[in-house]
Design a protein around this ligand. Structure first.
Ligand code: ADP
Length: 228
């Protein structure tokens, strides 16, 4: 479902952030992306939803040939890929409901449809009772739950989470993991870049480790750190 072949990303300043990456992630997998800061994890994620364009190689995400597709078609790719950020990126002047609804409005869904689906996803992240609240009145964990609801509202086949628990305490992080696991169990592929050793070691999934722009480990039900 996500296939990368000999994928290389060189930034404008000449820095090669990813070198010759070849990997396949099947529909419905849950994958942790680990590695030190600067290893290339964010770049790896950004190439999938075409926030950055690869320099060479091949990347297929569902039906999309991501490098070849024109800029005009990128919005279609974005419906297939929901993104969750460490700092939530909610719109401060919109309520919880409006933040999530907005993601459906921009892809032209009808108001009735929006009403129904937003209620559904807010229910899933347990925030229906806060739908008229503004982001700055929510805890970090609640804000992250809104951002998860926004990421999945258009029923993407892939969810990419870049350090989703980076700003949260251990208990709240577990709550976020439970939601991501639920989404995954429903068939959505989840790719999560993380430094959270405890989570990776307790909630086991495939681990892809990147170091210096290359995949140095790809392990089924792996640990945060490979013990030789
Ligand atoms: P990680 O997410 O693992 O911390 P990144 O993918 O953010 O790693 O960064 C990988 C490398 O690419 C780093 O050396 C970083 O400085 C560099 N890099 C990231 N974004 C850019 C950019 N827009 N322009 C130039 N270099 C960048």
């Amino acid at each position: 479902m996500i296939e990368m072949m000999n994928l290389t990303k060189r930034y404008g300043n000449g820095l090669t952030a990813l070198r010759n990456i070849s990997v396949q992630i099947d529909q419905g997998e849950f994958v942790y992306l680990v590695g030190p800061s600067g290893a290339g994890k964010s770049t790896f994620s950004k190439l999938i939803y075409r926030e950055e364009k690869a320099t060479s190689g091949y990347i297929q995400v569902g039906p999309f040939n991501v490098i070849k597709m024109s800029n005009r078609d990128v919005p279609y790719l974005r419906r297939h890929v929901g993104v969750i950020y460490q700092d939530f990126k909610l719109l401060p002047k919109l309520t919880v409901f409006e933040n999530v609804a907005y993601a459906m409005e921009v892809v032209g869904r009808r108001p009735k449809e929006i009403q129904k689906r937003v209620n559904e996803v807010l229910d899933l992240v347990n925030l229906k009772h806060k739908m008229r609240t503004f982001p700055d009145e929510l805890s970090g964990g609640e804000q992250q739950r809104v951002s998860i609801a926004r990421a999945i509202v258009n029923t993407p086949s892939v969810v990419i989470a870049d350090e989703p628990t980076g700003n949260l305490d251990p208990e709240t992080s577990l709550e976020i993991m439970r939601i991501l696991d639920t989404i995954n169990t429903q068939g959505t592929t989840v790719l999560m870049a993380t430094h959270n050793r405890q989570i990776v070691d307790t909630i086991r999934h495939r681990v892809i480790e990147i170091e210096n722009g290359e995949i140095v480990r790809d392990q089924k039900e792996g640990d945060y750190e490979y013990v030789h």
